[in-house]
Design a protein around this ligand. Structure first.
Ligand code: SF4
Length: 309
């Protein structure tokens, strides 16, 4: 239970090096151990804020874990199997890949993260848990939390990067120029392909729910903190497929080292759910991106036919 004394939780960082006489080394190790305890405490408190009262260790093949690759970067890999809960099954079109919510961050850790989506989660409950969120620095300049919009029972979810100025003002994702292009892409492609859906039939949200200052790319810790809400949204909706718009959404969902030009257009998987990666509409708005536009329309056609045929 989260209410248990946090000091009794093992961090995996080892015993604080109080017996080491080399003061520089001892203080370094001690500082690292203290950091680990602080990080663990912060994480547990964060889960409690999310309304999660119980944590448990999952079997190794379904656990969410933190890996420390040789590069020294921390790779946080959430890989619980949710196929039985989501009812989503792989298809021959969607080759198996490691399902995960993944974020790169500085540091090192062996913390085994708990599952973070409560049973019977709903978008309403997630929004209530989010409240007037101040869990990361993006709260400082935002006007509005942009949670998500669309059909809670959607078969298809689009995930973008974060709100821009128009979205921040209106509290709705993808309403600026890029959003209008996304609407056109969905509505026109569906109409052309004889698929009876419109933008309102899908669900649209972002990796971070508050506008980053100057529309900068969200930082890894912001993506990790707010990513917990994205994780819950996706697990609550359980769509037939997800479409990640742009490199930031791709990184949040797939942790690929490859660039978006290599990853787009091919099926991946996130937690057992087929995932298509394509360009962000704001990238497509640039004049010289005719080829990218064609690719994005092809990717969208592939997604729409897979989900709605
Ligand atoms: S970006 Fe997400 S985690 Fe950060 S303050 Fe906004 S809602 Fe909270």
């Amino acid at each position: 239970m989260l209410g248990a004394p946090l000091e009794s939780v093992e961090t995996g960082s080892g015993t604080p090096a109080t017996g080491i006489t080399s003061t520089g080394y001892a203080s370094t190790v001690e500082t690292e151990a203290t950091m680990m305890a602080q990080q663990l405490r912060a994480r547990l408190e964060f889960y409690r804020d999310l309304g999660i009262d119980t944590i448990y260790r999952k079997p190794a093949n379904v656990s969410t874990r933190v890996e420390a690759p040789a590069s020294g970067e921390l790779s946080i890999t959430a890989s619980p199997s949710h196929e039985s809960r989501s009812g989503v099954h792989s298809t021959s079109e969607a080759p198996a890949a490691t399902p995960r919510l993944a974020v790169q961050a500085a540091g090192k850790s062996d913390i085994v993260l708990p599952a973070i989506a409560p049973e019977d989660d709903t978008l309403l409950k997630i929004r209530e848990d989010m409240g007037d969120c101040r869990r990361c620095r993006l709260c400082e300049a935002r006007k509005t939390i942009v949670f998500g919009v669309g059909n809670e029972g959607a078969k298809l979810v689009f995930v973008g990067e974060g709100p821009g100025a128009d979205e921040d003002a209106q509290g709705i994702p993808f309403v600026g120029r890029a959003g209008q292009l996304l609407t056109q892409m969905i509505d026109n492609t569906a109409a052309k392909e004889g698929i009876p859906i419109r933008r309102d039939d899908v669900y649209i949200c972002n990796v971070v729910k508050c506008r980053p200052p100057e529309n900068r790319t969200p930082q890894p810790d912001e993506m990790e903190i707010c990513g917990q809400f994205l994780y819950r949204q996706l697990m609550a909706i359980k769509p037939k497929a997800i479409c990640a718009l742009g490199a930031t959404a791709m990184k949040a969902l797939l942790n690929s080292k490859l660039g978006i030009t290599k990853m787009r257009g091919e099926w991946q998987k996130w937690n057992g759910i087929p995932l298509m990666i394509t360009y962000h509409p704001s990238y497509l708005l640039r004049q010289y991106n005719q080829e990218a536009k064609r690719h994005a329309w092809e990717d969208l056609k592939k997604v729409l036919h897979y989900v709605y045929d």
